[in-house]
Design a protein around this ligand. Sequence first.
Ligand SMILES: *[C@@H]1O[C@H](CO)[C@@H](O)[C@H](O)[C@H]1NC(C)=O
Ligand SMILES: *[C@@H]1O[C@H](CO)[C@@H](O)[C@H](O)[C@H]1NC(C)=O
Ligand SMILES: *[C@@H]1O[C@H](CO)[C@@H](O)[C@H](O)[C@H]1NC(C)=O
Length: 508
Amino acid sequence: MKLRFHQCLFWLVLSCTVLDVTSLEDVLSQSNFDNFLEPLNSKNLFTLKDANGPQVKFSLRKPNQPDDDICYIIPGKPESLSDCTFNSTAKTFLVIHGWTVSGLFESWVAKLVAALYDREQSANVIVVDWLSTAQNHYVIAAQNTKSVGKGIAHFIDWMEETTNIPLENVHLIGYSLGAHVAGFAGSHTSNKVGRITGLDPAGPDFEGVHAHRRLSPDDAHFVDVLHTFTRGSLGLSIGIEQPVGHVDIYPNGGAFQPGCNLRGALEKIANFGILAINDAIKCEHERSIHLFIDSLLNEQEASTAYSCGSSEMFDRGMCLKCHKNSCNTIGYDATKVRKARSVKMFTKTRSSMPFRVYHYQLKIHFSSKINQTKLDPSLSVSLYGTKGEAENLPLNVMEKIAANKTQSFLLVTEKDIGDLLMLKFSWEESTSWSASSLLQMVSSWWSGVSATPSVDVHKIRVRVGETQKKIVLCVKDPKAVSMAQVVTFVKCKDEWRGPSRRKNLKSH
Ligand SMILES: *[C@@H]1O[C@H](CO)[C@@H](O)[C@H](O)[C@H]1NC(C)=O
Ligand SMILES: *[C@@H]1O[C@H](CO)[C@@H](O)[C@H](O)[C@H]1NC(C)=O
Ligand SMILES: *[C@@H]1O[C@H](CO)[C@@H](O)[C@H](O)[C@H]1NC(C)=O
């Protein structure tokens, strides 16, 4: 039973049958991959059909036929390069797919090929076909990533000898298991390739293993990684959780991608079985590819990622300051950072293309004379700028608000509102708060001039991640605050600023 359960887990995405389980959390937390791998390892089930190693084919796709394999480059046959009109002065991309149940290319392959040609018209976009090996039991496919990678390394070495292409122009892009294939390829070429992009590298069998046995920063001059389906607390993750490149970006914390509705699927699992989450899993895992495609197609709407100690700190808006290499662009235009290793970066995204959002940090100091019950309000914020507004954004209050403490919050907007001019706080009635207690609480909050204030907020400091601009906002009309349901903050007038600060703000 246990073994069958695990097999099911591997085949989850496309072919698993209904299981009698209450939630994915239960399924995943019960699992133990070592027990599962043991019998396979000892029986050596992963022998290859072909004594020369797995079959790997290299199809040079064309911009006008991104979906069709019409010309294969064959190592050892230089004429195949000219037959396929290989351009040795242009960039060369190798697109490497992952594990497959169907044995067919998934629809993202053609989309990625088309997007690469959209950005780099004269490039050589080569689709690496290792489908026959990838269409195996997951464990077998995973154990063959090294020999497939070696086959690709041999191909790259041959191309370099034959055409003199600078390897700096070679960029491997691997998805899921294909990311580790790219890593093995990079570590076996005679000279280092320029770049490897890992799109949600596979987790099972690779998490926690030595750098030589997975994608790592040693495999190319620049290794950048997008993690979109990591599931930290469960002991099992379809995408690898640990950083494996020079730059590792975790959009939306690396899980629960907007628009994929994994949370909803997890709730439905009790009624509909494990099939209910197929689409959500595929959506989260593949989101890495679509973020990369977005970066190729929407160069003007590039997303920024911010290095941060943890996803929780990022969610408090504490990591929006860019200095040295602490910020980077997501996807194709990521800046090469060679010295760094294992830098975790975070960003929020929209639910569809273009994925870019604008990040704001709000720093609010709550001052109070008396210690009182900590407040846990639910608030929403509206931002008004020179180009537009973003209204009723929920303010994620992650810890209770306490006296004489500065707290930091993260807000995101989907559109560019330009320079921030005004900010409004408002609250909605909720069942847990009676209207009158809310009114009392909030009115006392903002009452900067009230006779018996309990909590005061004089200023809100705002930092915008995308522009790195800083703004200080003050209560617009302190006298009107006490009974208002909406409190408005505007740019502070000069008298609100200290003399030393004034200089900075003017030169700004
Ligand atoms: C080959 O690539 C180079 C560099 O991108 C480009 O300038 C040139 O036009 C390409 N040649 C052909 C025949 O497409
Ligand atoms: C907060 O700081 C103010 C000014 O320093 C002080 O008067 C007040 O007692 C402090 N409140 C608490 C609860 O410590
Ligand atoms: C407020 O409470 C904290 C602990 O909750 C305490 O350390 C502090 O001394 C208190 N301040 C006043 C002014 O009572």
